[in-house]
Design a protein around this ligand. Structure first.
Ligand SMILES: [Zn+2]
Length: 422
């Protein structure tokens, strides 16, 4: 009989299907092309599904390509570490930091900028965080920030491998992978024994905000960010770290029994507005120079105990358009600007063009004791017929600048010290 023989020997086409049932059975160069379209997590998951895949998991060409997505094309200055380690320990967890962040620090706010350095013969590569610092002196024109290194994430600190568990073999010990560490850039170590860590914390969404307790009553500080903040970068995401469980203390009752001589004072409590998840940074040294990098001197006492939270700020920096050019319009002024605020020096603004209202609106990202960060700074009306309603804290104004200027009417915010606006 011929039938049993057909069952025992399937056709050649069926055999081929059987041998390719796992994606790892594809030729490696085909797989490698597939990786182009996958995230690092997907590549790792795919290669982990089979024994043949696992032997390619540290293939430098895979990780070199993923590093190049961040602009890193050489690991020559990463202490001999391969692309695999630099990507998995540094760029994957901390890559979302790259860019600008704005903090909710009361009144003054703060901007920190993270960038990737490839390293050189003097310094290893890594991610550095630099605070924008402006001189606190009266200025007629805005000045560019001084970049102050606050922290670095990398492999510079001496690597202390975890002790090999009893009974583990030499192969296990070889598998220990150096971890990227976050350490202070304000007070660099004098020697290998004096590295101190900086903690980078992912703070989950919560509704805590700041208030000011005045002599008569408390008033709320501007929420930061507000729900529809145009400057907030919704694309960036947060570092891929386990979120903390923040210890947030409602100080509203405590501040009520505070002695009047200690007032006014800033405190933290719940607001009706939920803030998105953010990051906070604090240095383990406890040294004032470290703390002041993130929390520059406040004009009031501050009772709050949690460090400020930073939120991703869109890198909305555009090439300037000459107002004499045909393409100029108020809408071309959208983005980040530096402004001169008299005796408070230079502050950072985000300008937004509101087409329907024909208004250009400026929000403060950094601020001062009179008009704090997060507050509306001014609105400029594109049409002269636009109303400019004066209120207790908003007043109409006009400019009398000499000829050659474009003049618009608008509204601006001024305030007495402490911003008691509600
Ligand atoms: Zn420090």
């Amino acid at each position: 009989m011929s039938i049993p023989a057909l069952v025992a020997e399937p056709p050649a086409a069926a055999q081929k299907t059987e041998s390719l049932r796992n994606v790892c059975d594809l030729p490696y160069d085909v797989l490698f092309e597939l990786f182009r379209h996958l995230s690092a997590v997907d590549v790792t998951s795919l290669l982990s599904t089979c024994r043949d895949g696992r032997k390619h998991i540290q293939d430098p060409s895979i990780w070199q390509r993923l590093c190049s997505r961040y602009g890193l094309r050489s690991v020559a200055h990463f202490g001999g570490l391969p692309f695999y380690v630099v990507y998995t320990q540094l760029l994957h967890p901390y890559g979302p930091l790259l860019g600008l962040w704005a903090s909710d620090y009361p009144y003054r706010g703060n901007i920190i900028e993270f960038r990737l350095i490839a390293g050189d013969e003097h310094e290893h590569g890594g991610i550095i965080g630099e605070v924008w610092r402006f001189p606190q002196t009266s200025t007629r024109y805005p000045v560019s920030p001084e970049y102050v290194r606050a922290l670095k994430i990398g492999f510079d600190a001496p690597f202390i491998p975890s002790p090999t568990p009893v009974g583990a073999d030499a192969a296990f010990a070889r598998e220990v992978i150096p971890k990227a560490r976050v350490y202070c850039g304000v007070l660099p170590p004098v020697d290998d024994a004096h590295w101190h860590s900086t903690y980078l914390e992912v703070v989950p969404s919560n509704s805590y905000g700041y208030f000011m307790q005045g002599y008569r009553r408390p008033f709320s500080h501007p929420d930061f960010p507000v729900g529809d903040a145009v400057w907030y970068d919704t694309q960036r995401g947060l570092p891929r770290l386990k979120p903390s469980i923040p210890v947030l203390v409602d100080q509203r009752e405590l501040v009520r029994i505070y002695p009047a001589v200690r007032l006014p004072i800033v405190f933290a409590s719940v607001t009706p507005h939920t803030k998105p998840a953010g990051i906070s940074i604090h240095c383990s040294s406890g040294d004032d120079r470290c703390t002041q990098t993130y929390q520059p001197a406040l004009p009031f006492d501050d009772l709050s105990t949690s460090p400020p939270r930073y939120y991703p700020l869109r890198r909305d920096i555009r090439a300037g358009v000459n107002p004499g050019d045909e393409g100029w319009g108020l809408e071309t002024m959208t983005g980040l600007w530096l402004g001169a605020f008299g005796r408070y020096g230079t502050e950072v603004l985000h300008l937004t063009w509101h087409r329907e209202q024909e208004e250009l609106q400026a929000i403060k990202l950094t601020g001062d004791a009179n008009v704090p960060r997060g507050a509306h700074s001014w609105t400029l009306h594109a049409t002269s017929s636009a109303p400019s309603p004066p209120t207790s804290t908003h007043t109409g104004w006009t400019s009398e600048l000499p000829g050659g200027c474009l003049m618009y009417s608008g509204t601006g915010t001024i305030s007495e010290r402490g911003f008691p606006y509600v």
